[in-house]
Write a protein that binds this ligand. Structure first.
Ligand SMILES: [Zn+2]
Length: 292
């Protein structure tokens, strides 16, 4: 009888206990476990924590790696920036001079080109009183002025070098084609009044402001030098719409060197020394403008 009971009990244990453990599954959320949960359950969680820790440490290390890479990248970037900053540094004057001496020829400035236009010529005598003709005074003064300007380092081109007639349009074409820095047309005056005398300079009336400003600046310097060197009456700088002033594209002026119709001034004009002083005054005015 006891043996039977013992066998029944053992049979019960082998069948009922597994059923009980299967009927009470572990809660999904470990935070809902009571504080009195047994050690087995805690023990079953320990491996999970260790996995989480290892995951955390892995994730931390994985976070650190980019930081290291970032630091390296920053260092590389800063190195690049420093290299660039070195590259971008401009050479100082000494370095520039050394480089130029090694590689380049010394910079030579091209001399300024002045076109001188002796007025009239050939059949066109211009103003004429007795033996004095404007065309001859213009040519003589132009040749003297050329010499003065050459001595000051200017290149000079004349629209005519002999007693020939050149149309006005051709004179301006010569100046524009040469792309000269200054156009000077030389003339001598005449007036119904015999008392009119002195030097006057005309500049373009209608022109771009920069051309007009430069023309005026040079003309004013010329008249000042005329007053100082020639001791003559200075009638100042005036505006006009002459063809040679209107059709040229560079600073331009027409110098009236004196009145042929004034007896006293005509005698002066027939003296080459006076024409030489006029040429010198014009050349000095030009040089004052271009060689500041
Ligand atoms: Zn004239």
């Amino acid at each position: 009888m006891n043996f039977f009971l013992l066998r029944t009990f053992l049979l019960f244990c082998t069948v009922a206990l597994p059923m009980q453990s299967a009927a009470s599954p572990a809660p999904k959320n470990p935070t809902h476990r009571s504080a009195g949960s047994n050690a087995k359950k805690n023990a079953s969680l320990k491996p999970k924590r260790s996995i989480q820790k290892s995951k955390t440490t892995f994730s931390k290390s994985s976070v650190k790696k980019p930081q290291l890479n970032k630091n390296l990248a920053l260092k590389t970037k800063s190195a690049k920036v420093s290299t660039q900053s070195v590259k971008k540094q401009k050479p100082n004057k000494k370095q520039k001079a050394k480089a130029r001496a090694k590689t380049q020829q010394p910079v030579v400035k091209k001399p300024r080109l002045i076109v001188i236009d002796p007025g009239h010529g050939g059949l066109d005598k211009g103003a004429c009183v007795k033996e004095c003709t404007e065309k001859m005074l213009c040519l003589m003064t132009a040749l003297m002025l050329k010499k003065e300007l050459n001595e000051k380092g200017f290149r000079v081109l004349l629209t005519r070098t002999s007693d020939i007639f050149i149309p006005l349009k051709k004179r301006t074409t010569i100046a524009n084609s040469a792309k000269c820095d200054l156009f000077i047309s030389l003339h001598f005056n005449s007036a119904p009044s015999a008392s009119a005398n002195g030097v006057e300079v005309f500049i373009p009336r209608y022109s771009s402001s920069i051309r007009k400003t430069n023309s005026k600046s040079i003309a004013e310097k010329i008249t000042r030098r005329c007053k100082a060197i020639m001791k003559s009456n200075c009638r100042g700088v005036k505006e006009a719409n002459f063809t040679v002033l209107r059709e040229t594209s560079m600073p331009a002026m027409l110098v009236e060197g004196g009145f042929i119709t004034n007896d006293k001034e005509r005698k002066k004009l027939l003296n080459p020394v006076y024409l030489q002083s006029l040429s010198k005054a014009v050349a000095e005015g030009v040089a004052l403008h271009f060689k500041k």
